[in-house]
Structure formats: C-alpha cells, structure tokens
Ligand binder design. Structure first.
Ligand SMILES: C[S@@+](CC[C@H](N)C(=O)[O-])C[C@H]1O[C@@H](n2cnc3c(N)ncnc32)[C@H](O)[C@@H]1O
Length: 348
C-alpha cells in the first residue's frame, strides 16, 4: 500500500460512519417507502416535507451510495434494497431491517468508545440488552420480550441448518440451555420423532414461551419449560443431549467453564453437549470483518460478551471435563448476518 492509497483507505473508514448515518436516517425519514415507485425530487421533498438544503444533502448522498437510483423518471429505491428498506404491512421480519433501527441506539452507546475500551464496557449506557443481573427475576419483561422477538424471528433458519448438520434422532431427551421462549427446543423436537425436550431460560422469557407453547397442542407433553438461572438452577437429570445456541458468547471464560461443567455433570456417559455459535477463525482474517465489528458492538452490550474460536471453546470444554470434542461445519450459514456458525459436539 502506498501513502496515497493508505490515505484514501483512512478517509474511506472515516466516512463509514457518515454513510451508515445516511442509511439509518433516510430509513427513519421513510424516504425509501416514499420512493418505492419512481418519484421526482420535488414531489419526494413535498411528500416528506423537508427543507430544501437538508433534503438535497441526504438524497444526493443516498444516490451516491447507491441507496436510491436516479434517472429521467426520478428517484427510486433499487429493487435489490426495497425488501429491506420499504415499509409495508405484514412485511416478514428481516434481521437487516431490524438492525437499521437497533444500530441507531448502538451508535449512541458507542459515542464514547475510548471510555468503553478503557472500562471494558463498564461505562456503557446501552440498555436494549440489559440482561446481566445477579437475580434473573429482575430482568425487565419488556426488554426480555423485545429481545425474544428478535431471537424468535431468526431461530427457524438456525434450526434448519442445525438439523442438516447434527442427527438428533440418536437422542431421547433434549435440554436447551438459554432456550429463550423454547422455539429452538420445540422446533428440534417437532422435527425429530421420539424426542422430547425442555428449555431453561430466565422467568421473563419462559413466561412468553409457556404462552406460545399453549397455542401448540401438537407439542403438548413433549416440551417442558424451566424458569431459572443458568448458573444456579439445578439441571435435571435424564437428558441425553444438552444444547446451548447463540449464548456462550455472553459470558467470560470462568463463567463458561462453570456452565460447561454443569452440563457435563448433568449428562449420562453417552450424552452429548452441543455448543452452537458463530465462531472466529483461529487467526484474524479480513473476510471475518463483520464478526470483528460485531465485537465492537459487544463493548456496548455488556462487560463480558465476546466471540471465540472453536479452539477457545474446546479449551473451555476440556477445562470443564469434556474429553471427546468434535467440530462440525454446517453446510451453509443460516442467514447472511449469521456467518461462521459452528457446532461443537462434546462427550463426557
Ligand atoms: C442470545 S439469546 C439466545 C436465545 C436462544 N438460544 C436462541 O438462539 O434463539 C440468549 C438467551 O440467554 C438467556 N439468558 C441470559 N441470562 C441467563 C441466565 N442467567 N440464565 C438463563 N438464561 C439466561 C436470555 O434470556 C436469552 O434468551
């Protein structure tokens, strides 16, 4: 890299924040819905009732970024982006659309990022994932409901890939730790004849899960709900497969060894423990950039959340007494945002 290309790269990075803000702001102003069909600039400005100068600044930036297309018919939201950016009744949940609003809050929390780095996240004002409490009964039901909505909306695609990667047919009873509202457990059980299961999560999520399960009579008696704390609630015996999906990232190493040890002690000798997570490559690879940037968000989210490599998880599993550990690489990512998912299968 020459100094000229080096300087260009730095300016691109500095502009990254501005580009993200343009996207999030235009979405908030609902510019993309107003331009779902070609519309003249004047008509768009009138529809949004925006001042001439600021409208022009935002719209020009959108066109230059490729967020709006402009030709003789006017401005239009490009077809490849419309499903994410145009608001419509009954539109299916999309992670990317959800993040357009969520990251607005994340950016606010990252405003003083040097303080976050110095304090290892302790100074974070972020409250949308306010989960890390000594007493799990103190978790705000509203926060839990909002988090669960996101989790529930994305779990089906993860389950599909998990089922394509690991044969649950060899097991009789599944226990899903941090199972949220039970959607993962219910979906695996529903897809696996002869399997029954239970999920454990904090009371606020289990309450939602119990209501959802009551509406699924076909699963009656096949999925139990356990309201409790991963670190304190005794894990019931009799489960020959224990899973933990998208949750091991939330705690530091000592806490995770504790959880892995509890899982090992609850399993019979031929039982299996599955860690299902996005995992980092062993060495930093540019193609894993989205995960490293997600790590930056973790600075705001909590004082402990972090991605790990499979090797790091294996070391924690070994420290917890597991000996036979296999890494499974799924045939595909469940969805664009959830790259690099791995499944570690551990036997006592
Ligand atoms: C990232 S979500 C993953 C949920 C689910 N496994 C999935 O993939 O959709 C983390 C889950 O951990 C739960 N959780 C957080 N702290 C917990 C604790 N101390 N005990 C039990 N569950 C906890 C949260 O309520 C949330 O449902």
């Amino acid at each position: 890299m020459t100094t000229a290309t080096g300087e260009k790269r730095l300016l691109e990075l500095l502009d990254g924040f501005l580009a993200s803000k343009v996207l999030m702001t235009a979405y908030k102003l609902d510019l993309f819905t107003a331009a779902r069909e070609p519309i003249a600039r004047d008509a768009l400005r009138a529809a949004l009732d925006l001042p001439e100068r600021s409208f022009r600044i935002v719209v020009d930036a959108c066109v230059a970024l490729g967020l709006l297309h402009e030709d003789e018919r006017g401005l239009v939201t490009p077809p490849a982006l419309a499903p994410f950016l145009v608001r419509a009744e009954g539109r299916p949940f999309q992670t990317t659309t959800y993040l357009l609003e969520y990251y607005d809050e994340v950016y606010r929390a990252l405003n003083d990022m040097d303080a976050l780095v110095r304090s290892d996240g302790a100074t974070s004002p972020f409250k949308l994932r306010d989960y890390f409490k000594d007493d799990v009964a103190a978790i705000d039901p509203q926060v839990a409901a909002e988090y669960s909505r996101y989790m529930d909306a994305t779990i089906a695609r993860i389950v599909e890939v998990v089922l394509a990667t690991y044969p649950f047919g060899q097991h009789r009873r599944l226990l899903d730790l941090c199972g949220n509202t039970g959607s993962f457990c219910a979906a695996i059980v529903a897809a696996t004849p002869g399997l029954t299961g239970a999920f454990l999560d904090v009371p606020a999520c289990v309450d939602i899960g119990r209501r959802q399960l009551a509406a699924r009579p076909e699963l009656a008696g096949r999925v139990d709900a356990i309201a409790g704390d991963l670190f304190r609630t005794p894990l019931p015996p009799g489960f020959d497969v224990i899973t933990m999906c998208r949750s091991a990232m939330d705690w530091g190493d000592a806490k995770m060894v504790e959880v892995y040890r509890r899982a090992r002690e609850a399993l019979p000798p031929d039982g299996r423990f599955l860690v299902i997570e996005r995992m980092l490559p062993a060495r930093v690879l540019p193609e894993a950039l989205p995960m490293y940037l997600r790590g930056v968000y973790f600075l705001a989210k909590s004082e402990s959340t972090r991605y790990r490599s499979p090797q790091e998880h294996v070391a924690l599993l070994r420290a917890a007494g597991f000996t036979a550990i296999t890494e499974l690489e799924p045939p595909r990512a469940p969805y664009e945002f959830f790259q690099s998912m791995r499944i570690l299968v551990a036997g006592p």
